[in-house]
Design a protein around this ligand. Sequence first.
Ligand code: HEM
Length: 129
Amino acid sequence: MDFALVRDVHIATVGITLTLFLLRYAWMLQESPRLKARWVKIIPHANDTLLLASGIGLALMIRQYPFVDAWLTAKFFALLAYILFGTLALKRARSKTQRTASGLAALTVFAYLVMVAVSHSPAPWSVWR
Ligand code: HEM
């Protein structure tokens, strides 16, 4: 498999996951029924599966792994946090205030994920200082 191709797929699915999250977050804030559309329950999950698969593929190709290389360990836990805050924001949290705050937390974690990916460091701010 071609590294550049898999990385392009990975980066494209990163963009799609963010776009779909922002769209659903906006619908949640507006209390729109569109949040319950059938495709909304399928497409984001299909994309996120591809995001994860391409990430794992890249890790195998560069022979760096979570629990071996610190930046990928950070990515692994940040991904769990992004999924957790994301589901809280879009459905699980009880009040709208909690859903709004969870969404902001998910977006913050997402920004961290991208910075970790680009810097290959679990503490990107120390690399760019
Ligand atoms: C929402 C989750 C994720 C985001 C936002 C994300 C973001 C990114 C971005 C922006 C890049 C490109 C970095 C660059 O070209 O400089 C990248 C590369 C990469 N990602 Fe992810 N990623 C995510 C999930 C994962 C997962 C789950 C894994 C593996 C367990 C993973 C492994 C990798 C690897 C190995 C690279 C290649 C780094 C390199 O070019 O040397 N990613 N990621």
